[in-house]
Every structure is written in structure tokens, then in C-alpha cells.
Design a protein around this ligand. Structure first.
Ligand SMILES: Nc1ncnc2c1ncn2[C@@H]1O[C@H](COP(=O)(O)OP(=O)(O)OP(=O)(O)O)[C@@H](O)[C@H]1O
Length: 249
């Protein structure tokens, strides 16, 4: 369960990216976050694990007040949150397996992580996630030898290897061929259904949001303007979400 209360973010240059956002999301939901470019989608997602520090308000995840955690506690919390970036964020010179094993670092003492002293169990989990994303046989390939779609699948496998309670994905298809969107969202959806792990994903293509999500959060200029099941996303609501820039659809 995620609960966000009166969340606002004003960046140091004065840009107000989020205004008084209130929302609660039950465990196991699959949520698409939509809105025009600059609406605050990415900022919202990042405040949930404090990659962006909120200016005011509270974020609760699974009964923990994330906004009150110390640096050390935050580190432990992030172990349970898989974050998938638009630009993959892999270590290019390392292999697929080594990158996915990084998802296990939070489970090891730092010195063992630095020396790459993973347990058998960590390797088994990493290999299982590599299979899940369909990259078996590529374990020893270097990340920089892979296509963009394959690299994003490695990034997803790394996030899943964390055995996360929550997955946050910031437009994970945005830098890929549109035909790969179904592959990426399909993997996240399957994991969500199988494990009951909550997934929040920023999607700017409305049709994809409709197809995969159970619930939609829509932002417009930093305000949450719609929060409901996908069936309630009528044309009227769409107009409000994309107000002032309908041609962007
Ligand atoms: N570090 C920052 N400093 C100042 N302003 C920022 C910063 N990051 C984001 N913003 C601004 O905050 C607002 C919300 O940005 P955000 O990236 O959350 O939007 P978005 O909906 O994710 O857009 P996109 O779909 O283009 O990624 C925008 O006006 C953006 O320019």
C-alpha cells in the first residue's frame, strides 16, 4: 500500500513540479501515470523513493514513512524498490549476468559486493530473472553489445533480482522502437500478476496505458487531475488531462 499526502515539489529554480498530491494505491495494483510532457509524472515517481526530495508532504510505502527515513534507512528501503529508468542505466562494460547481480547488492555486506562475492542463491536468482526476460544464452554478453530492447530487459531483470515490493518504471519504453513496448510492459504485467507486486509506470502513449493498467493517475501541471480505474478514463477526462495541448495526442 502506498499513501501520498499533500505532496508538493518546488525545484530550487522555483519550478513547481507537484502541487498538493493526495493518493493511495493498494498492494498489487498496476498503475499507469499519464500526462503531457512536463506534467510532473517523473517527479512524482521519483519522490516515492526520494530520488527527488519532496518539498512538503508525506510518502508512505507498506507502513513506512519514506519521507522520514534517515540516509541509512532509506538505503535499506530502496533495496525493496526496483526502479527502471528510460535510459536503462546499465554498466556497459559488464556482462548481462554481472549487471543483473547488481540487483542483489543490497542483500550483501558492502565489502562482499565490492569484491563480487555473491552467494550461489544470488546467482540462481539472477539467472532466473534473465530467463524471465528472455535473455537466456546472453548471460556472458557485455551490455554494450546488446540492442536497446535487450538492454532494457537486462535493467528489468536487475530490478526483479532485487525481489522488490514495489516497481517504479519511468517511461521504460520511451527510448525504444514502439514495437518493443508490448515486450517491456508484458514482462512487468506478468510479474505483477504472478507475484502481486505493485507496479507504477509512466506512460505517455495513452493506448498502452489503457491496455496494460488497471488504474490510471493523470497529472496536469503538477496536479493530480484523475485517479481511477482504466474504464473511467472517458474522452472527457482525456480532454482535461491533455487540456491546452490536444494535438499532443
Ligand atoms: N531538476 C529540476 N530542476 C528544475 N525543474 C525541473 C527539474 N526536474 C524537472 N523539472 C521541471 O518540473 C516539471 C515536471 O517535470 P517532470 O520531468 O516531472 O515531467 P514529466 O511529466 O515526467 O515530463 P516528461 O514526460 O517530459 O518526462 C517540468 O516543468 C520540468 O521542467
Amino acid at each position: 500500500m502506498i499513501a501520498v499526502k499533500n505532496l508538493s515539489k518546488v525545484f530550487p529554480d522555483g519550478t513547481r513540479a507537484l502541487s498538493e498530491v493526495n493518493v493511495s494505491i493498494p498492494q498489487g495494483d498496476f498503475v499507469a501515470i499519464i500526462g503531457l510532457s512536463g506534467a510532473g509524472k517523473s517527479t512524482f515517481l521519483r519522490t516515492l523513493n526520494r530520488l527527488v526530495e519532496p518539498t512538503t508532504g508525506e510518502v508512505w510505502v507498506g507502513g513506512v514513512e519514506v519521507t522520514r527515513l534517515s540516509r541509512k534507512e532509506l538505503q535499506a528501503f530502496r533495496r525493496k524498490v526496483g526502479f527502471i529508468f528510460q535510459q536503462f542505466n546499465l554498466v556497459q562494460r559488464l556482462t548481462v549476468l554481472e549487471n543483473v547481480l547488481h540487483g542483489r547488492l543490497g542483500y550483501l555486506p558492502t565489502w562482499k559486493g565490492l569484491l563480487g562475492l555473491y552467494r550461489e542463491e544470488d546467482t540462481a536468482i539472477a539467472l532466473e530473472q534473465i530467463r524471465r526476460v528472455g535473455l537466456q544464452g546472453k548471460e556472458q554478453a557485455r551490455a554494450d553489445q546488446l540492442s536497446g530492447g535487450q538492454q532494457q530487459r537486462v535493467a528489468i531483470a536487475r530490478a526483479l533480482a532485487q525481489e522488490p515490493q514495489l516497481i517504479l518504471a519511468d517511461e521504460p519504453m520511451a527510448s525504444l522502437d514502439p514495437r518493443l513496448s508490448d515486450v517491456i510492459l508484458g514482462i512487468l504485467k506478468e510479474y505483477n500478476q504472478e507475484k502481486g507486486v505493485t507496479v507504477l509506470v509512466n506512460i505517455h502513449v495513452l493506448e498502452l496505458a489503457r491496455r496494460y493498467a488497471r488504474r490510471i493517475l493523470a497529472f496536469n501541471r503538477g496536479r493530480l487531475v484523475f485517479d481511477g480505474p482504466v474504464e473511467a478514463l472517458t474522452l472527457e477526462v482525456e480532454r482535461m488531462v491533455y487540456a491546452g495541448n490536444l494535438e499532443a495526442l
